[in-house]
Design a protein around this ligand. Structure first.
Ligand SMILES: O=C(O)CCC(=O)C(=O)O
Length: 385
């Protein structure tokens, strides 16, 4: 009985969040780091966007992905979910068909317990999530586990590959990380209403905190393409300005907050479907168990400066320990070149992005069946730092 009394119901968690969520919304609106993706007359990302990004550590780009493309992405996610193995490691989906992603070395699906915090307070991801989030108890009808993340997006979903070649987003990557920018990884966070697990507070980067060259951009940034409306109750939260602080004692912040995960200065990245959020990987960020009634699906992919990655020993990646040499960087970066061509073939009226490391090599990176086979297992080449 004593244990039952300490359980936090999903409804109570949602109610407890209400005031915090509203106060966070007001703080977020005051920051001035949201709006459409704008360019100067000579085609550069508008300096106001970059200034606000560097000041706060994030930006909400509104209205980047149109309805038709969103519909393709949502259909791609639905298909991945329908064709998921019936249970982790199973060979067939719920209808007995061969499950998606069987031939890919990296798992395409990650399951967790509903409303749980799978990494907080553990050594996972290099121990970067030192404090545990509140873990509300799901309803009696909740499944034992839910899909929490999808991987290998560029291989499993053509719509996902095309977004990877989006000219506006690649222009942002170039403006933040320089023309020789390189990719990190990609995934989809799936936070189902009443079931979605939390992501404990963390800073993403692991490698460069003590580097003599450390600065506020050295660990790169992540985009999140938002497939559905994000509300303050289900979205990612960021503590503004923390990308400038170096490594933060996150456990102490939570302890100083009375042990509560509702950090007082954090703000929610709420937005409409089709927005793309840009978050500095050094910024302190996390998301709560989704006890709201709204689904969130966030297509997440990141980019680094080439100099941050060159010669680094891999972290946060699947597969053998490996130093990121020129060949690995080039091969992983070729996914961008293929994505640009896949996009150009689909959106024929759009001006394609010129990715400097592959300028002049476009004919070798045409999107076709042979290119599709070259993409196989690309995520084993991810460039985590
Ligand atoms: O979207 C989320 O809930 C978590 C995202 C995140 O932590 C990340 O991209 O590093």
């Amino acid at each position: 009985m004593a244990e039952a009394e300490t359980l936090l119901s999903a409804a109570q968690h949602a109610a407890d969040m209400a005031d915090y969520v509203e106060a966070g919304r007001q703080r977020a609106l005051a920051l001035g780091n949201r709006g459409p993706l704008r360019f100067t007359r000579d085609g550069k990302v508008h300096p106001d966007i970059l200034e606000a990004y560097w000041a706060t550590g994030f930006y909400v780009l509104e209205g980047v992905i149109g309805e038709a493309e969103l519909a393709e992405l949502r259909a791609g996610v639905d298909e991945m979910l329908e064709r998921a193995p019936v249970a982790p490691g199973a060979a067939v989906d719920a209808r007995g068909r061969p499950a998606l992603g069987l031939g890919i070395k990296r798992d395409s699906y990650l399951w967790v317990k509903p409303l749980a915090d799978p990494v907080g307070g553990t050594a996972a991801n290099g121990g970067r999530h030192p404090a545990k989030m509140a873990e509300p108890t799901p309803g009696d009808d909740a499944p034992e586990r839910v899909i929490y993340m999808l991987f290998n997006i560029c291989e499993n979903m053509d719509g996902g590959l095309r977004v990877y070649g989006h000219p506006g987003l690649l222009a942002v990557a170039q403006a933040i990380n320089g023309p020789d920018f390189v990719p990190y990884n990609d995934a989809m966070f799936v936070k189902q209403p009443g079931l979605g697990a939390s992501v404990a507070w963390h800073q993403d980067g692991l490698t460069h905190w003590n580097s003599p060259h450390w600065d506020e951009g050295i660990h790169g940034f992540n985009f999140q393409v938002q497939l559905y409306r994000c509300t303050p109750a289900n979205c990612l939260w960021v503590v503004p300005g923390t990308h400038k602080l170096g490594k933060i004692d996150i456990k102490k912040r939570v302890d100083d907050n009375g042990g509560s995960d509702r950090l007082p200065d954090a703000v929610p990245l709420f937005c409409e479907a089709g927005a793309v959020t840009v978050v500095n990987r050094q910024a302190l960020h996390g998301s709560f168990a989704n006890t709201s009634p709204d689904l969130r699906v966030s297509y997440t992919f990141g980019f680094h400066r080439r100099a941050s990655v060159e010669g680094q020993r891999g972290v946060l990646v699947v597969g053998a320990d490996h130093v990121y040499d020129d060949e690995r960087i080039f091969r992983r970066s070729s996914v961008i070149a293929l994505a640009i061509d896949a996009r150009a073939q689909h959106f024929t009226q759009e001006q394609r992005f010129v990715y400097r490391p592959f300028a002049g090599l476009e004919d070798h990176y045409r999107w076709n069946d042979e290119a599709r086979s070259r993409l196989h297992d690309y995520s084993l080449l991810d460039l985590g730092i």
